[in-house]
Design a protein around this ligand. Structure first.
Ligand SMILES: NC(=O)c1ccc[n+]([C@@H]2O[C@H](COP(=O)([O-])OP(=O)(O)OC[C@H]3O[C@@H](n4cnc5c(N)ncnc54)[C@H](OP(=O)(O)O)[C@@H]3O)[C@@H](O)[C@H]2O)c1
Length: 212
């Protein structure tokens, strides 16, 4: 994969996707406020870590920060995001316990976090992806039934096509479900994915769409 990829974040998703892209041959830089957090990760994987602004110089960015911090991070990056494909893995999860297994969101049903991010950085080409599955299944998910579906959306057709190709390479069936407002139902899929986990401890699933 002849891409430079900047991963913004240092958590489970950032590390999983950083390793995935690196393993596929991309030139990856992890971006975090505290590069020391990833010292062991870098020693084990050989993937370099830098500050957020340095990582954001890559061609393709993966936003993998806590939902409550995403708007701040995008605001800080500002014009550095202009023209970039930004794969948005975030979910608008509010602080506090789930309600009978359903994560509480700080957005309402008629808006989404990705729309807020797109409004903060209008020149960025956000594509929602990878938000509706747990990190262990993000790269080359294996299910007896075949490839699961990754629902994506965003305003820029070329950016979505590029992300769809990336997802295909990582073992997903990408499904473009529309423009930025489609992030409302796509973000809600995270609540649906997590509910069985919170209620019954079952976290080993992914979504698939049957079409004819
Ligand atoms: N965990 C999963 O399986 C999963 C699956 C799908 C989607 N997601 C979504 O992916 C995102 C990342 O999830 P995660 O579980 O990997 O990690 P997380 O614990 O949700 O977030 C960790 C990251 O958030 C950043 N962060 C936290 N507070 C911040 C602040 N005040 N300002 C700037 N950055 C801040 C940290 O950046 P620094 O490195 O700079 O400290 C860290 O990299 C979330 O939005 C989550 O909803 C998670």
């Amino acid at each position: 994969m002849a891409l430079t990829v900047g991963i913004i974040g240092s958590g489970t998703v950032a590390q999983t996707l950083g390793k995935g892209f690196f393993g596929a041959g991309a030139s990856v830089t992890m971006g975090t406020r505290d590069p020391g957090k990833l010292a062991t990760f870098t020693a084990e994987t050989g993937i370099p870590v830098a500050d957020v602004a340095t990582a954001a110089a890559a061609d393709v960015l993966v936003l993998a920060v806590k939902g409550t911090a995403a708007e701040t991070v995008v605001r800080q990056l500002g014009s550095a995001l202009a023209g970039k494909v930004v794969i948005d893995t975030t979910n608008p999860i509010a602080d506090g316990a789930p309600d009978a297994g359903v994560l509480r969101y700080f957005t309402n049903a008629n808006e989404s976090l990705m729309e807020r991010l797109q409004a903060i950085a209008p020149g960025a080409r956000f594509v929602k992806a990878w938000n509706s599955v747990g990190a262990p299944f993000m790269i080359h998910p294996t299910f007896a039934e075949g490839r699961p579906t990754m629902f994506i959306c965003g305003n820029d057709a070329d950016a979505k096509a590029q992300v769809a190709e990336i997802l295909d390479g990582f073992g997903w069936r990408p499904k473009d479900v529309g423009l930025a407002p489609s992030a409302r139902p796509v973000e809600a899929l995270c609540q649906l994915w997590c509910a069985p986990g919170f209620l019954s401890g079952q976290w080993r699933h992914a979504f698939a769409l049957f079409e004819r």
